[in-house]
Write a new protein. Structure first.
Length: 156
């Protein structure tokens, strides 16, 4: 065996060991790769719950409109749009998207506007929705504040 063959074998062995150790590191850290911290987990749950509440509110307002109560039109429209913001934010959080802070900031604003309209009504459905909207707004604002300074996008 000449010197070139020996150096090639040593080099191949080093590369193999490096690859194996990198795989072991990924396996060890892979268990926690997708876990959300408390603020993100709370925000994810609040957004998912609020999207559901907005969908239920949409249906309630639809029934009220069908019964001739036109004052529910704006609440219906806002609830539909807000459900989309909440669903988007929950998805962004689950995917650990670099855009989640932007999405959650918009979601908080949508929840605030929707709560202002939905809160004008006295039914149990609208009161439950208003609570869910306030909870989501609060949770989104807390998560965005926690991410302050960590929201810049980087090209890969």
């Amino acid at each position: 065996m000449d010197r070139r063959e020996m150096l090639g074998m040593v080099g191949a062995g080093a590369i193999g060991l490096t690859a194996m150790s990198a795989g072991a590191d990924e396996t060890a850290s892979g268990e926690n790769c997708c876990q959300l911290d408390e603020a993100h987990a709370d925000c994810y749950k609040a957004c998912a719950d609020c999207a559901k509440a907005c969908d239920i509110t949409f249906h309630h307002c639809f029934k009220e409109l069908a019964a001739g109560k036109k004052e529910h039109a704006k609440a219906l429209h806002l609830a539909s749009d807000c459900a989309a913001f909440c669903s988007l934010s929950a998805s962004m959080i689950a995917k650990h998207s670099p855009l989640m802070a932007s999405s959650c900031h918009a979601c908080a604003d949508a929840c605030k506007a929707t709560a202002a309209e939905v809160g004008k009504f006295d039914s149990a459905e609208m009161k439950a929705a208003t609570k869910s909207l306030h909870d989501c707004e609060k949770s989104c604002r807390a998560m965005v504040a926690k991410m302050a300074g960590k929201t810049e996008l980087r090209a890969n």
